[in-house]
Write a protein that binds this ligand. Structure first.
Ligand code: ADP
Ligand code: MG
Length: 246
């Protein structure tokens, strides 16, 4: 049996009086890629941010390796080192070089040896064709290059799960494919466990094992990927795929 890394049970999330997530349930196995799909405003980012402790939640459980994550800030800080996240807007520190962006959290938060992390960072940068930019500043890089650095920065923490929130949404089309290739490679070669939100249906179809389809903060479908794209169960998902020209 494949090991279950993450389990979400009856998760509800409110912004003030307004409920953004309704009774979310799913689980994630080691090495699995889960795509969260759904129209804009359906709660995809809210769900990812909640899984990473960036949002609190009202009730329900988030269970990591069989243990419920308590809502204390301290525990979330520890979990965040194991559940990495990459955002649409890259969010690199503008005043730090590429290398220093990557080294910051592993050395300051994880207290790892600088030389060891630097070696890993150099390897990762090489892998995404960014080795020559280690002394550059984010403003000197294109969007696609910044996003590659943001991916390396997340990987340098040695996360067990990587959350990717529309990481190609701000990129020019030719850069989109580059980043998708990196993500596909992370799944195929490293068996990285990932949850990704994307509007690129071809990409989701290619890399995901399972699809969670959300609408208005509710899970409408939790379906194996192949089945979701060939034979979606709900009319809402059928309509969504038609709207996405898929
Ligand atoms: P998606 O990522 O699927 O587009 P979001 O998770 O960003 O959707 O948003 C889901 C809903 O929650 C939307 O209606 C959005 O307006 C609302 N929302 C998101 N963030 C906040 C916030 N910080 N405060 C209040 N409402 C929010
Ligand atoms: Mg979003």
């Amino acid at each position: 049996m494949t090991e279950e890394i993450l389990k979400v049970e009856h998760l509800n999330k409110f912004y003030g009086d307004w409920q953004a997530l309704h009774d979310i349930n799913f689980d994630l196995k080691k090495g699995e890629v889960l795509a969260i799909l759904g129209p804009s405003g359906s709660g995809k980012s809210t769900l990812l941010r909640t899984l990473n402790g960036l949002e609190d939640y009202k009730d329900g459980k988030i269970i990591f390796h069989g243990k419920k994550i308590q809502s204390s800030a301290k525990q979330w800080q520890a979990i965040r080192q194991k559940i990495g996240m990459v955002f649409q807007s890259y969010d690199l520190f503008p005043n730090l070089t590429v290398m220093d962006n990557i080294l910051l959290a592993p050395t300051k938060v994880q207290k790892r040896d600088r030389a060891e992390v630097k070696q890993i960072a150099t390897k990762l940068l090489k892998r995404v064709n960014m080795a020559q930019y280690s002394d550059s500043y984010p403003r000197e890089l294109s969007g696609g290059q910044q996003q590659r650095v943001a991916i390396v920065r997340a990987l340098a923490m040695k996360p067990e799960i990587l959350l990717l929130d529309e990481i190609t949404a701000s990129l020019d089309p030719e850069m989109v494919r580059d980043i998708e290739e990196i993500v596909a490679e992370l799944s195929k070669t490293d068996h990285m466990t990932m949850i990704l939100v994307t509007h690129q249906m071809n990409f989701a179809k290619r890399v995901a094992d399972e699809v969670l389809f959300l609408e208005k903060g509710k899970v409408i479908e939790d379906t194996p990927c192949e089945q979701f794209f060939t034979n979606p169960q709900s009319d809402r998902a059928k309509q969504f795929l038609t709207d996405m020209d898929f």
